[in-house]
Design a protein around this ligand. Structure first.
Ligand SMILES: [Zn+2]
Length: 496
């Protein structure tokens, strides 16, 4: 299938969000130019869609693309229910490796919040004494190392081997540094896999500035996604110096890469009990940081947001706890700028309507609610009615955007949608079912707000076997994507 044809006629497509009757779609120069019956085409490609469903292409509003590409290569620790489980997985892994290899073992995806036992260096030493082991937690806020790895990373005297926050980010960054060529090829694989799930674009919130990396990748032929790379405080001045504003096309990328938001991290995470909350975590009432922590005070946050927004770079503030959300909203309101709050996992009742009134987008990751429902029931006991409160945000009139935060959850928007509409992923009852949202709302939150394909739409499309608006949550989790089109070009195609 030629990926570069200019004119395409899709015959017999049923529009998701439309009447359901089969229609023809004409795509020319990257735009849907006509939708109707018995359309003709002089020259180009005619594809019989055969009653399949067509909807606007999907976006993931919060990914860490390099991390995701790396994690796809790493040992998966997500099945572990205890430190002992992890040790057993690592032990098995060591046995399958060639004994000559001294490359560090890198694992990803453990969640120690509710483990019955403690993650310790000794436990890892007992299964791998000679080879460095670096295990990264699912939320990236902790790393767990054996003695050999601790020595290598300058923490030889660390008592437990479990490091959090800054130290964890630092080690994760270090073990994630592979050659550019290697990473580019893994990222290219990951973008192809994303296109095969119907994704046409991602907001890439990698911690190191990735504008140049993406320009290089696009030039080398990685053209399966639109990418909006974000910038963190460390690189903000460099982006301002380039004159790039949010939405500007990055030179040499054929419009595929546009400047993303200014990402700033205001608090920690739920699993590490560092998300900043109005009330303390149970058991931490007497601690100084028992309510979690902020990475900066109000003045510093204001300074950063003012600098970015006055340069045309729209803020995206990481806020998980309700106090962090209140603080972010306060400062955004004071400055009067547009922006998003990333995660918005726990929100004070009085703050829901502020998202709508201030036009602050709630950028949410529904699958986190499934990962964290038990942890939230424990650490946010009595407060979970307003945790991952998707319906409360929608009812208040807030704009929501769905994302995966890959690698935290898989880069698959259908999984995000399934979690948002069902709030369960197993035989358990829905968690706070009153916070479920309608599938049409979840889909629109995954397409940048586009609800139905029409004449004049950008030809970013996804063709599916079934209508996602009537699919069950289980079907959504394994949803069949027949084809994906980006700007009139097929990036995934199985319709032959
Ligand atoms: Zn993230």
């Amino acid at each position: 299938m030629n990926a570069e044809v200019s004119d395409v006629l899709l015959r017999g497509a049923r529009l998701v969000g439309g009447s359901g009757e089969p229609l023809d779609l004409l795509v020319r120069d990257g735009t849907v130019t006509a939708v109707g019956k018995a359309l003709g085409l002089d020259a180009g490609q005619v594809i019989d869609v055969d009653g399949r469903w067509v909807s606007p292409g999907l976006w993931d509003s919060h990914v860490h693309m390099d991390q995701w590409a790396l994690v796809r290569q790493r040992m998966d620790l997500s099945p572990a229910k205890s430190a002992a489980d992890v040790a057993a997985l690592v032990g098995k892994w060591c046995q399958t490796r060639s004994s000559a290899s001294q490359d560090p073992l890198i694992g990803y995806g453990f969640q120690d919040g509710l483990w019955p036992d403690m993650p310790t260096r000794d436990l890892l030493d007992s299964v791998s004494a000679d080879v460095p082991v670096v295990l990264v937690s699912k939320d990236l806020h902790s790393v767990w190392l054996n003695s050999c790895a601790l020595a290598r990373h300058g923490h030889a005297d660390h008592p437990t081997g479990l490091l959090r926050e800054h130290a964890a980010f630092e080690i994760n960054t270090r073990v994630s540094s592979v050659s550019e060529e290697q990473l580019d090829s893994w990222v290219a694989d990951a973008t192809r896999a994303a296109a095969a799930r119907g994704i046409v674009g991602v907001v890439d919130l990698e911690m190191t500035l990735s504008i140049d990396r993406w320009a290089r990748r696009v030039a080398a032929g990685t053209r399966h996604l639109r990418v909006r790379p974000g910038v963190y405080p460390l690189d903000l001045e460099a982006v301002i110096a380039k004159g790039l504003r949010t939405g500007d096309v990055v030179a040499g990328t054929d419009g595929l890469v546009t400047m993303g938001p200014f990402k700033i991290i205001l608090d920690g995470s739920l699993n590490t009990r560092t998300a900043f909350c109005h009330a303390p975590y149970p058991g931490l009432e007497q601690m100084d940081d028992g309510q979690g922590l902020t990475t900066m005070d109000r003045d510093e946050l204001r300074r950063h947001l003012l600098r970015a927004s006055s340069a045309g770079i729209i803020p995206a503030v990481h806020a998980i706890g309700d106090a962090a959300n209140s603080l972010a909203l306060d400062v955004l309101e004071e400055i009067g700028c547009a922006g998003s709050i990333e995660h918005a996992q726990l929100v004070r009742a009085a703050d829901f309507e502020r998202f709508a009134r201030l036009s602050i987008v709630a950028s949410i990751q529904p699958e986190h609610a499934m990962d964290d429902r038990d942890v939230a029931d424990h650490y946010w006991a009595g407060r979970t009615g307003r945790a991952f409160a998707f319906a409360s945000l929608v009812a208040a009139g807030a704009t929501i955007r769905l994302g995966s935060d890959a690698p935290v959850a898989p880069l698959d928007p259908w999984i995000s949608m399934a979690a948002a509409v069902s709030r369960t992923r197993d035989e358990r009852d829905a968690w706070h079912p009153e916070q479920r949202i309608l599938s049409a709302v979840a889909l629109a939150a995954s397409t940048g707000g586009r609800r139905v394909v029409k004449a004049g739409s950008v030809a970013d499309l996804v063709v599916t076997e079934r209508n996602p608006l009537v699919a069950s949550d289980l079907e959504l989790r394994h949803f069949d994507v027949s084809a994906t089109m980006l700007g009139g070009r097929w990036t995934h195609f199985t319709l032959d």
